[in-house]
Design a protein around this ligand. Structure first.
Ligand code: V47
Length: 394
């Protein structure tokens, strides 16, 4: 499979040559006017202004502002990629109330892939020449760190041109403890084995009050952020997520965004922000209602406005549905994730979206939103394709 991947300056973004926001900002909500002045002047928004945005009902005004920022950064381009998820195990000691994916060892539905099986899973559905494997799993009580290093090494040997986006901060911290290594050394060993970057999962909501309810046994918010700092320090970029639509309030969300922004000021290592809607089915929080389309759109727009130092905001179509993700492309998002292939975490929690989408369908969604689709690799370098191979532009 002929591929060329050369190094570009990381996090390169497209030329901002496009502006469809021809009309001027309008709102009936007087509280939004000073915020609009700051956004249009390129000034940073405060905690209180973030809360004001969440409390405002003027979604069109908020969306107009977010779209303005999005077009200032990315013009008319909307990114997608061709990726595959691999979840080597769902066995997990954490038992988070938010999660429908994890299982206790030796209980019904628990699985752990042998290495050969994980490599075979990676190869299946490979016909579209994926550029990224997204690899996350449960916190397994017995699997040694070596299993994960071998998994990554084996994938790199078999698929040298595929970017390996593997292990959340939560998994990194857990594996470090199991291997009796520092977090930094754990990350260095992962990088040496072939990990290219880290996904954004496990961040949930940083506020302790919320974390105690939804994911009591996970690392706390500061530990998640410190692990991200260390990943960036050893040269691994990462994404950042926020799980919303459960027991958090508006202040918790803004606190989460501002803590991400502070780390990004220091490291510049976050690539993309991805708000994730909570899916309650089959979780211990099943009594909670699902998020609404309006709330989903608001997370995208407010994320874009608050995270002035993040290059990308992703509307993950698996989580917010293709329909809402498409609209989000005009409310601050510049990315809709990828073909995914075999999503498990959301589907165990009742997601009704397909478990994958073909490249052509993603392109259609983006074009219909009036955006110009650009296939990217994980580092946002444009990908050019012939039938079953790809070339990354440099
Ligand atoms: O960390 C778990 C969330 C995350 C549920 O980095 C749930 O490109 C909703 O992080 N309802 C995993 N959410 C997914 C994730 C991700 C997805 C797409 C792209 C990227 C990226 C990262 O899913 C978990 C947790 O926050 N999650 N259970 C649930 N019931």
């Amino acid at each position: 499979m002929p591929n060329t991947i050369e190094t570009l300056p990381p996090n390169a973004i497209s030329e901002p040559a496009f502006a469809s926001n021809r009309h001027s900002f309008q709102t009936d909500d007087a509280r939004l006017k000073p915020i609009a002045d700051k956004v249009l002047g390129g000034e940073r928004l405060s905690f209180d202004e973030g809360v004001t945005l969440y409390r405002s009902g003027d979604i069109l005004a908020i969306g107009w502002l977010a779209n303005h920022v999005r077009e200032r950064m990315h013009g008319n381009v909307a990114y997608f990629n061709v990726n595959r998820h691999i979840n080597p195990t769902n066995v997990c000691v954490a038992a988070c109330r938010l999660c429908a994916f994890g299982r206790k060892k030796d209980t019904a539905g628990a699985y752990t892939m042998a290495l050969e099986e994980a490599w075979q899973t990676a190869a299946s559905g490979y016909t579209e020449a994926v550029t990224e494997f997204h690899i996350v799993g449960g916190l397994h009580p017995d699997l040694p760190f070596q299993y994960f290093l071998d998994l990554i090494r084996g994938l790199k040997e078999r698929f040298p041109q595929v970017h390996l986006k593997a292990f959340t901060m939560v998994e990194v911290a857990f594996l470090a403890k199991r291997a009796k290594l520092s977090i930094e050394d754990t990350l260095i060993k992962m990088k040496e084995a072939g990990v290219d970057s880290l996904p954004g999962g496990g961040a949930e909501i940083f506020a302790d009050r919320v974390r105690h309810i939804i994911c009591d046994h996970k690392i706390d918010g500061d530990q998640w952020l410190d692990t991200a700092r260390l990943a960036h320090k050893v040269g691994l970029r990462s994404n950042a997520t926020m799980l919303y639509g459960h027991v958090e309030n508006e202040e918790d969300r803004v606190d989460h965004l501002i803590r991400l922004r502070a780390v990004q000021d220091d490291t510049g290592g976050f690539q993309t922000y991805i708000p994730l809607a909570f899916h309650p089915d089959n979780t211990a929080l099943e009594h909670l209602p699902r998020t609404t389309g309006l709330l989903d759109i608001k997370q995208i727009a407010i994320g874009r406005l608050m995270l002035d130092n993040f290059s990308h905001v992703k509307a993950y179509w698996q989580m917010m549905s293709p329909k809402i993700a498409q609209i989000a492309l005009r409310f601050g998002a510049d990315d809709i994730d990828g073909t995914v292939i075999e999503e498990k975490i959301y589907h165990d929690a009742g997601a009704t979206t397909p478990q994958g989408m073909r490249r052509e369908e993603l392109i259609r969604l983006i074009r219909e939103a009036g955006r110009e689709p650009v296939e990217r690799d994980t580092m946002y370098r444009p990908v050019t394709r012939t039938e079953n191979s790809f070339t990354v532009a440099v």
